[in-house]
Design a protein around this ligand. Structure first.
Ligand code: ATP
Length: 506
């Protein structure tokens, strides 16, 4: 067994994550709910570790600025539900929408810009729609309709939105039993609506936030008035965001409830371009520092026609992209770094009639700060870490290993007695109690030692410590390295410092 690629790799990762308790489909016992996921014991720990690494490296210990001096970034935790006027001013009520296509027959709904059609190279005029990256069902349908064996080479793939309207009647929807059931593309707002209080009238409508950023803009003045920060400075927030995605897919890549890690960097207008470049490079470097392979990451600048409404006045947006198994050999978004100009603060200033200007006492200048926003998905980041970590070592009896960077591993150390007698469990438990205040440690006494190592390899545990028959005599244990499988004898009273050294150089 070698490390697979593409959809086979994705299947292996999804299966391992389910089997080992990283990620479960939400409400699984009721048949699940599309676009929602639950994080199990290992997944929660992994997600928390990635979250903490971001917070540490963005808020507590951010990179040095272009002048070599520390930059200042403070934290925030704002409400998921805000006054709905927030989302009118931010442009989300009017503009946060995707084009969608409905199937009148199956009632399924598709993102129009994710929908492609297969056009036969032959004279036949039927067209077969499919979701980007998944032409299989369309080929099956084509075979049935055209009544002959077909392969992908018999067709040209084209975007659905590029079709002449007169051709739409000849399109077979991905799960329709006749042609012409797909509607024209219509705009669909992605915000989840809810009602605040006991009454359910339109006056009480509120929205679940589709991004954490707006909570930061609403508190920009509060933070400025109550802490010692002055532009240039940043406010960072990590939390849930909700988008009623038309076609949630690709596992946790595009879900309807997810977590974001966002930082809004407020600076003088004339410095914005410099900070835009600085944060773009800094964010790419951060993902690399987590061990994401150079060749699997790239920066891509948005074309003018794909810029979000808030980024149109600024100097643009860069995406940090990752080569996901389902985009391979192409890339998909991991993080966006947007130059938002003063769009958001101006909008809120106007709509709330609250002055959001900054007066610089040194230069005597008054300005509404410009904003640079590195916005990444925490849950999408977890997917990247899972994809990067998954490996196969055919020389091991259980070949699947998660090679998490030591900083992110959900369990840091496994501790085992070789067998459950001759004082070994007692010594192992004593060591476990000593180490658990310093590391995330798991004590495991069940099954053979080989099976326990294999379980730890799948969980991505960097080190396993085994108390064996010699321990009582030589006062030493065996430490096994996950990546090499190599073992080293370490004195019992040196285990803690040995591990500390290994984790410090992670
Ligand atoms: P996309 O083009 O993929 O829909 P976006 O450009 O709308 O994403 P942003 O608004 O820039 O995304 O959000 C910032 C980050 O939040 C994204 O880079 C991504 O990591 C994460 N994110 C956005 N939407 C989702 C989602 N539906 N599920 C998981 N993560 C998401």
């Amino acid at each position: 067994m070698t490390r697979p690629t593409g959809s086979e790799l994705m299947e292996k990762i999804v299966a391992l994550c389910k089997r080992r308790g990283f990620v479960f489909p939400a409400s699984e016992i009721y048949g699940g709910i599309n676009g929602f996921w639950d994080y199990g014991p290992l997944g929660t720990q992994l997600k928390n570790n990635l979250r903490d690494a971001w917070w540490r490296d963005m808020v507590e210990c951010p990179p040095l600025g272009p002048d070599g001096h520390p930059v200042s970034i403070v934290g925030l935790d704002s409400s998921i539900i805000q006054n709905p006027r927030t989302w009118e001013a931010s442009g989300h009520v009017g503009g946060f929408s995707d084009p969608m296509v409905d199937c009148r027959e199956s009632k399924a709904r598709y993102r129009a810009d994710h929908l492609l059609v297969l056009r036969p190279r032959s004279e036949e005029t039927d067209l077969f729609a499919f979701l980007e990256g998944d032409p299989g069902p369309a080929l099956k349908q084509a075979k049935k309709v055209l009544r002959r064996a077909v392969s992908e080479e018999d067709f040209v793939a084209e975007p659905f939105t590029g079709l002449d309207p007169s051709e739409r009647g000849r399109v077979w929807g991905p799960d329709a039993s006749s042609a012409g059931t797909l509607t024209e593309p219509r705009q669909f707002n992605l915000m989840f609506r809810t009602f605040v209080g006991a009454a359910s009238g339109e006056d009480n409508v509120a929205y679940l936030r589709p991004e954490t950023a707006q909570g930061i803009f609403l508190n920009y003045k509060n933070v400025l008035d109550t802490s010692r920060v002055r532009p240039p400075f940043g406010i960072a927030q990590i939390g849930k965001a909700f988008r009623n995605e038309v076609t949630p897919r690709n596992y946790i890549f595009r879900s309807r409830e997810f977590e974001q890690m966002e930082m809004e960097w407020f600076c003088a207008p004339q410095e914005a371009q410099q900070w835009f470049e600085f944060w773009t490079e800094a964010r790419l470097a951060w993902w690399r520092s987590l061990g994401v392979q150079e060749g699997n990451l790239q920066l891509r600048r948005h074309d003018a026609d794909e810029l979000a409404h808030y980024a149109r006045d600024g100097a643009g947006t860069y995406d940090v992209e990752y080569r996901y198994p389902f985009t391979d050999p192409g890339f998909g978004e991991l993080e966006g770094i947007a130059h938002r100009s003063s769009f958001d603060l101006e909008q809120h200033q106007q709509a709330s009639r609250t002055k959001l200007e900054y007066f610089d006492p040194q230069t005597q200048e008054r300005f509404v700060p410009h904003v640079i926003e590195p916005a990444s998905g925490l849950t999408r980041g977890v997917l990247v870490i899972l994809c990067e970590a998954y490996d196969v070592d055919p020389s091991r009896p259980s070949p699947e290993i998660m090679r998490f960077p030591k900083r992110l591993a959900p369990i840091q150390v496994g501790i085992f007695p070789l067998i459950n007698k001759l004082g070994m469990p007692e010594t192992a438990e004593k060591l476990y109690l000593e180490l658990r205040s310093r590391f995330v440690v798991q004590f495991d006494v069940k099954q053979s030692i080989g099976k326990r190592y294999a379980r730890m390899d799948e969980a991505g545990t960097p080190f396993c410590v085994t108390v064996d028959g010699d321990t009582a005599e030589d006062q030493a244990v065996t430490v096994r390295d996950r990546d090499t499988g190599g073992q080293e004898r370490v004195a019992l009273d040196r285990v803690a410092s040995y591990l500390s050294e290994r984790f410090a150089t992670a």
